[in-house]
Design a binder for this molecule. Structure first.
Ligand SMILES: CC(C)(COP(=O)(O)OP(=O)(O)OC[C@H]1O[C@@H](n2cnc3c(N)ncnc32)[C@H](O)[C@@H]1OP(=O)(O)O)[C@@H](O)C(=O)NCCC(=O)NCCS
Length: 398
């Protein structure tokens, strides 16, 4: 048996994320075109990659219909101009689709089946609303396999508030406001734009170019957040302000074996250390990243104190707080979501996992004192996904 190969994250890019719906910038853009754009942008940034050496392309989407159907990895590879000899496939694990593309292809590299692979995801939530066309088996409810709340993500977030009353609406709102402020500061410092691939837009008013995320609300205040309706439950705590918004967008990343990266002169941005997926009660799906993180830490032989940077997907503020609370991390710990998160940037479900990795990779380059980082996210129907990465720039001092 061959030994496990080293797996590295060479690079990742994404489209700017747009607001879903008729008024959103991507209303007239196909979902597959978004991910094709991301793949082209990724390869343009890495011209030394021989395209015919790419061993597989895995692209995730949650609703695999229409322009998100037809085995996206294969169709996107062909549309992106990759040689016809490059295979591809589609992946679905709802919000952790892109994360699962990375762990699946990363595992293939670790096993020695692949040298180079492209992993990413797309979700056009405007044209493919959550749950659209789904036909959940009636047994789920008739046999009480899950409660009705399990199928409504906002309700699952309300349930976390119920279960952990000390995670108050005030704390969730503050976390959300800070996310908006951190994203605005990161944009002002040019940190986010560096990994965005501009997308040409067509609307009634003519041609345009998407160069930044559309959903940001930098002026968010605690007073503004306090006044919002609670759409999921009367007198609830979850609002449009402390939830991730409905979003359109795509991501793509280049993974390689350590050996192929060295051979091709591709400097790695991160090294894959371990990953874990775990299931929880679907009614409180947002706590999923707690057991998946414990699993990933166990596999890596690390403890939470070894993690120097966290990129946690902000599906809902309360759901991130539940993870921080579990591990005894302060709501405002500077290691967590340094440049904000999905509440401000958006969360195009199956694309988001790679967005977390893109941001962690860039932070690694700025923080050689940090050795390990975590990307983690909750997943519909009660799951969590966590990936631990090592910083190749680590200076060995901390
Ligand atoms: C919460 C949710 C239902 C809100 O949808 P929406 O009503 O279309 O959201 P909008 O952006 O129109 O915001 C609603 C209102 O809140 C306001 N608002 C939103 N964020 C705000 C902020 N940060 N500060 C002040 N006001 C804000 C909007 O301006 C809007 O006001 P209006 O009604 O006066 O126009 C939707 O974003 C959602 O379902 N999010 C969760 C997505 C999800 O489940 N993802 C998967 C996770 S597992």
């Amino acid at each position: 048996m061959a030994e496990r190969s080293e797996v590295v994250f060479v690079d990742g890019v994404r489209t700017p994320f747009g607001r879903a719906g008729e008024k959103g910038m991507y209303w007239n853009t196909r979902a597959d075109d978004l991910v094709v754009k991301a793949i082209i942008g990724l390869l343009e940034r890495n011209p030394s990659v021989p395209k015919d050496r790419i061993d597989d392309v895995a692209i995730a989407a949650t609703t695999q219909q229409g322009d998100q159907g037809l085995t996206l990895g294969r169709t996107a590879a062909l549309l992106a101009g990759l040689p016809k000899s490059v295979p591809g496939f589609a992946i679905d694990r709802m919000c952790a689709g892109a994360m699962t593309s990375v762990t699946t292809l990363g595992s293939g590299i670790g096993f020695g089946a692949y040298d180079l692979a492209i992993a990413g995801g797309v979700e056009h939530m405007g044209r493919h609303p959550m749950g659209f066309g789904a036909d959940p088996n009636p047994r789920f409810l008739s046999e009480k396999l899950v409660g009705e709340d399990a199928l409504n993500m906002g309700m699952t977030a309300e349930r976390i508030h119920d279960r952990f009353p000390h995670l108050t609406k005030d704390r969730a709102d503050r976390f959300a406001m800070l996310s908006q402020q951190k994203v605005a500061a990161a944009y002002a410092a040019g940190k986010i734009q560096a990994d965005l691939v501009p997308v040409a837009l067509r609307s009634e008013s003519g041609w345009g170019l998407a160069t930044e995320d559309e959903g940001m609300r930098p002026a968010t205040s605690m007073e503004g957040l306090a006044s919002l309706k609670t759409p999921f439950r009367a007198h609830g705590r979850v609002t449009a302000g402390n939830s991730s918004p409905l979003t359109d967008g795509a991501t793509a990343s280049l993974l390689a074996s350590g050996e192929a990266a060295r051979e091709l002169g591709l400097p790695p941005k991160m090294r894959l250390v371990s990953f874990g997926f775990a299931g929880v009660e679907p009614e409180i799906m947002g706590i999923g990243p707690v057991p998946s993180t414990e699993k990933a830490l166990r596999k890596a032989g690390l403890s939470i104190d070894d993690i120097g940077l966290f990129e946690l997907n902000e599906a809902f503020a309360v759901q991130v707080l539940s993870l921080l609370d579990h591990f005894g991390i302060d709501d405002e710990d500077p290691r967590v979501n340094k440049w904000g998160g999905a509440i401000a940037i958006g969360h195009p479900l199956a694309a988001s996992g790679v967005r977390l990795m893109i941001q962690l990779a860039r932070q690694f380059s700025e923080h050689p004192e940090v050795r390990y980082g975590l990307t983690a996210m909750c997943i519909g129907l009660g799951q969590g996904g966590s990936v631990i990465w090592e910083n190749p720039n680590w200076n060995g001092k901390a």
